[in-house]
Design a protein around this ligand. Structure first.
Ligand code: ADP
Ligand code: MG
Length: 219
């Protein structure tokens, strides 16, 4: 389970009042260690590589920066600004549900869950509508990237959750293709419980050189 750190309050973060209200609404007051390390840097736009064990609170470490990025762009024409890649449908669904809690006070932030096994046409309509945040599994995401309905040229934030599992489940090629097609000028955040050689190689090829690396499992 995540251990909130009594020295780090969400209140001290530089986030919109809508996001802060949503965090308070789910009953969280103190950040976990990984959240306290990642959030200030991620909110500034820094690339992040974060390893921390399961249950340490990684989801909010990337969802809060994703929501804040979109909140700053709400006066622009709607566009997909952020893509979150998860290894499984279950994990993507969980992440999507946490995202709904986080945006509930933000009027106008839109999101879509793009996973295998669900209706492609319905997903295509959502993507054509330029939803701000996409939570997806790699295979189905790449399918949509090969259609004209999905315009991803304004994506400025890519989040890879459970990166090692993305590779373990055989999505290496899909992920490479996805990254190749996304705009180069973007923030990339990678989260994992472990770091394999494949993941290290991905970090070298897909992230800025000055990325911030944090591992909260070390003493
Ligand atoms: P991870 O992705 O690292 O496995 P999660 O983001 O799924 O961890 O969070 C694990 C659990 O901890 C979830 O039930 C989540 O609601 C809870 N949690 C996350 N952040 C906090 C916090 N700051 N205070 C209390 N509980 C939290
Ligand atoms: Mg997680």
């Amino acid at each position: 389970m995540s251990k909130p750190n009594k020295n780090s309050k969400f209140k001290e973060l530089n986030v919109t009042k809508e996001t802060y209200k949503a965090i308070k609404n789910v009953g969280f007051k103190y950040m976990t260690e990984i959240q306290a390390e990642v959030l200030p840097k991620a909110l500034d736009g820094t690339d992040i590589v974060a390893t921390a064990k399961t249950g340490s609170g990684k989801t909010l470490s990337f969802l809060i920066p994703a929501v804040e990025l979109v909140a700053k762009l709400l006066n622009e024409a709607p566009s997909t600004y952020c893509i979150i890649v998860s290894p499984t449908r279950e994990l993507a669904t969980q992440t999507y549900n946490v995202l709904q809690d986080l945006v509930c006070f933000h009027e106008g932030i839109t999101s879509a869950l793009i996973i295998g096994g669900e209706n492609r046409k319905a997903q295509s309509i959502l993507l054509a509508d330029n939803v701000h945040i996409v939570v997806a599994t790699p295979g189905r995401l790449f399918d949509h990237m090969r259609t004209k309905e999905f315009d991803y040229k304004n994506v400025s934030c890519l989040i890879l959750d459970e990166a090692d599992k993305i590779f373990q489940y055989g999505f290496e090629e899909d992920l490479k293709q996805i990254i190749n097609r996304l705009p180069k000028n973007r923030q990339t955040m990678l989260f994992s419980a472990t770091l394999s050689d494949t993941t290290e190689a991905l970090i070298k090829s897909a992230m800025r050189e000055d990325y911030y690396s944090i591992n909260t499992d070390e003493d």
